[in-house]
Design a binder for this molecule. Structure first.
Ligand code: NI
Length: 278
């Protein structure tokens, strides 16, 4: 079974002691690619180093790790013009497949909202300039609140409208670890974006997310771990890792009344289409 973890943070220090073993377990579980996602400049550098096979705790190069570079909304206040330039040069690395993670977080509010919106717009501009897709973080303060989601959609509409013709829906981006419910889904699909489903789909109370997982067209679905966070059943409460993306796939297969293999094959193809590796 071919699997892709479309959103991981294996470069985080929590993997320093056993990074090689974590990646080897991912390979044994059938993963053919991991997108390792940066959250600020230092983290983006570390993601690129991991994709190059140079990270601490690696016995050998790991050719199936790719990187995304960007400044997370939590760190939006760090995004100076100089840092944006550094992100731009990192993004030209051949193993960088996306700008991310970028977006809006109105839950933790580590950066003021206007600052978050500016950093998001600047990095969308960078993705347009470099013809890269985007990995988008969108989080509201409660399950009912849609302010962050609506602001994300508004920014993405402006962005897609500004793109040259021909940059069509296969290469725009993904709303990662989607959390805006069934009611927020159509707008994302109308924009031409992929929907990333992660560990919370396995949680007992996540009925709404399972309905989302059943409703997303198969050619718009991605799976991810967001490790070390969001650990799925049966490992909930422990550190997450890319191999556990299989439990996300199994839960989605149940929700869609299909086989894990069908979900795995489709999401693997989708990731290749979005991120453009061969
Ligand atoms: Ni993440």
């Amino acid at each position: 079974m071919n699997l892709v973890d479309s959103h991981a943070h294996v470069h985080f220090p929590r993997f320093d002691k056993d990074r090689d073993a974590v990646i080897e377990r991912a390979r044994k579980a059938g993963l053919t690619a991991i997108v390792d996602v940066g959250t600020n400049l230092a983290s983006s550098r570390a993601a690129v180093a991991l994709a190059e096979g140079l990270a601490e705790g690696l016995a050998e190069g790991r050719d199936f790790v790719y990187a995304a570079v960007g400044v997370h909304p939590h760190d939006a206040k760090t995004l100076t013009p100089a840092i944006l330039d550094e992100i731009r040069s990192l993004a030209r690395h051949p193993k960088v497949v996306a700008i991310g993670e970028i977006g809006l977080d109105y839950y933790r509010n580590h950066s003021p909202h206007p600052t978050q919106r500016r950093a998001f717009a600047q990095q969308l501009g960078l993705a347009a300039e470099l013809n890269l897709p985007v990995i988008v973080h969108s989080r509201d303060s409660t399950d009912q609140d849609r302010r962050a989601h609506n602001d994300v959609l508004a920014a993405l509409r402006d962005w897609t409208a500004s793109l040259p013709m021909g940059r069509t829906d296969g290469r725009l981006g993904v709303i990662h670890s989607y959390s805006a419910g069934v009611s927020g889904l159509d707008d994302v699909l109308d924009l031409g974006f992929f929907v990333g489903i992660s560990g919370p789909v396995t949680f007992p109370k996540a009925n709404d997310l399972r309905i989302v997982a059943a409703r997303v067209p198969l050619d718009r679905l991605l799976v991810e771990t967001d490790c070390p966070y969001l650990t799925p059943k049966p490992y909930r409460g422990r550190r997450n890792e890319p191999a556990y993306v299989q439990y996300v796939v199994e839960e989605i297969a149940v929700a869609r009344d299909t086989t894990p293999k069908a979900v795995a094959e489709a999401t693997t193809q989708n990731a290749r289409r979005l991120f453009g590796w061969r």
